[in-house]
Write a protein that binds this ligand. Sequence first.
Ligand SMILES: [Zn+2]
Length: 110
Amino acid sequence: MYPPGSTFKLIDALIAQKDGVLFPNTVYPCARGYPPMGGKPKCHPHPTANLEMSIQYSCNSYYSYVFKSIVENYKLWGNFRNAYNHWREAVMSFGIGRKLNYDIPYEKPG
Ligand SMILES: [Zn+2]
């Protein structure tokens, strides 16, 4: 099995937009990585990104900020635990962690 990798960024982008904490013109910095964590996770060189460009460049820094905006949305969820549980339920609603029951043998839940 493999982790979902960058495809997961699109799920977080959808959740954040639905929560009202991410917009097409939202810009986050990237200094070849996520600045608040000393450049980790790392990223490759690219211009400053809005939402569309963040997908184009698969910016790890951008999606670190997006995740943070979801789980620190205390205005909507009151505290970190509630926000995290909301994020987790939203992720699960995309089928993450469940079998898809397609006709290829040996499927395991993601
Ligand atoms: Zn980046």
